[in-house]
Design a protein. Structure first.
Ligand SMILES: Nc1ncnc2c1ncn2[C@@H]1O[C@H](COP(=O)(O)OP(=O)(O)OP(=O)(O)O)[C@@H](O)[C@H]1O
Ligand SMILES: [Mg+2]
Length: 305
């Protein structure tokens, strides 16, 4: 057997064993404070037949709450994360060349995209990172969102959209790098915009613990990690603050390190770990040096740099 055949056979097996059979996976979410407010607003918007959008900084929990909401709605869930690589055909669909060879250019050889599937089946479509998409691509969703009809350009056919079809958008504020100003046509079709920020100290602590259930962090370690996040976010030298992934990541890393070294987590271990995690989790204002910044931050919060 050639190496190529061998590796493609191996891939087929791997793919079979790793297939996600049900995308509607429950999310272990802390539904309190701003997240509860957002969830309630999403419920009201849904019941009022209005599409909803979530806006907030990197890693504040937008996608997590959207996934939770879609799961609780018990509906088929589709999503696309927008970027420059997403084309209208990624959303709507395209012909499969091998099927075209067999059936010609017809619906039998057409592979629908996630937007088309959710529009026709009455599912929930999450437009993740909506303002990172090209205007031309976003425009391909307009008719389905308002006039309840969807044009499939390759088949030159209009289809009617299911009454239950629902769109949720999530995105970073438009001042953030890589985002664009949302075209007014799409912005106006999403009527309820919910703004999230980073959670309060106690809520972030709960979220951090929910995301590392296998570790036992002392109350003091938890406080120090959250304090590092809070100080970073409040520091005028910080351009891009640390996300929830940073507090969760630091908590997990510190715990694993302490386990390997068979020691208790102390200030020195927190400082060492933070030096490995923070530099690439934040961005400083131009001209500011990360080493000097970390020294100032760690001395203030854990007393060792
Ligand atoms: N309320 C919450 N309860 C539990 N975990 C949460 C909660 N909010 C966020 N998280 C966790 O925090 C991390 C970041 O959340 P998420 O990916 O939803 O952020 P985001 O705002 O979509 O980020 P990005 O802007 O990068 O897309 C994830 O690991 C997520 O599971
Ligand atoms: Mg996200």
């Amino acid at each position: 057997m050639s190496k190529q055949v061998e590796s493609s056979k191996e891939f087929s097996k791997l793919m079979e064993s790793k297939k996600i059979l049900d995308i509607k996976e429950d999310v272990n979410l802390v539904l309190e404070g701003q997240y509860k407010m957002a969830y309630d607003a999403m419920t009201d918007a849904y019941n009022a037949g209005l599409f909803v959008g979530l806006v907030g900084p990197v890693g504040c929990g937008k996608t997590a709450i959207c996934r939770k909401f879609a799961f609780d709605m018990k509906r088929e869930f589709y999503w696309v994360t927008f970027s420059d690589l997403i084309r209208p055909s990624t959303l709507i669909g395209s012909f499969d060349p091998t099927l075209v060879f067999k059936y010609g250019f017809s619906s039998d050889s057409y592979i629908p995209g996630p937007f088309t599937l959710s529009a026709l089946k009455g599912g929930v479509f999450l437009a993740n990172e909506l303002n990172r998409g090209d205007e031309y691509v976003l425009n391909s969703m307009l008719d389905a969102m308002e006039e309840k009809k969807l044009y499939i350009p390759q088949l030159k056919t209009w289809l009617s959209v299911d009454e239950e079809f629902y769109v949720i958008a999530a995105m970073n504020p438009s001042e953030l790098k890589g985002t664009r100003k949302l075209p007014s046509a799409i912005k106006d079709r999403i009527k309820v915009w919910i703004h999230l920020g980073y959670p309060s100290r106690s809520l972030e602590q709960k979220i951090m613990l929910t995301n590392c259930p296998e570790y036992k962090l002392s109350a003091l370690t938890q406080e120090k990690i959250i304090e590092l996040m809070i100080q970073c976010r409040a520091d005028p030298d910080v351009d891009k603050p640390p996300s929830l992934r940073t507090s969760i990541g630091l908590a997990r890393f510190v715990s694993e390190r302490a386990k390997r070294l068979k020691v208790e987590v102390d200030n020195k271990l927190i400082a060492e770990s933070a030096k490995l995690i923070l530099p690439d989790s934040i961005e400083l204002r131009p001209g500011k040096q990360i080493d000097a910044f970390l020294k100032k931050l760690l001395t203030k919060v854990v007393g060792v740099a």
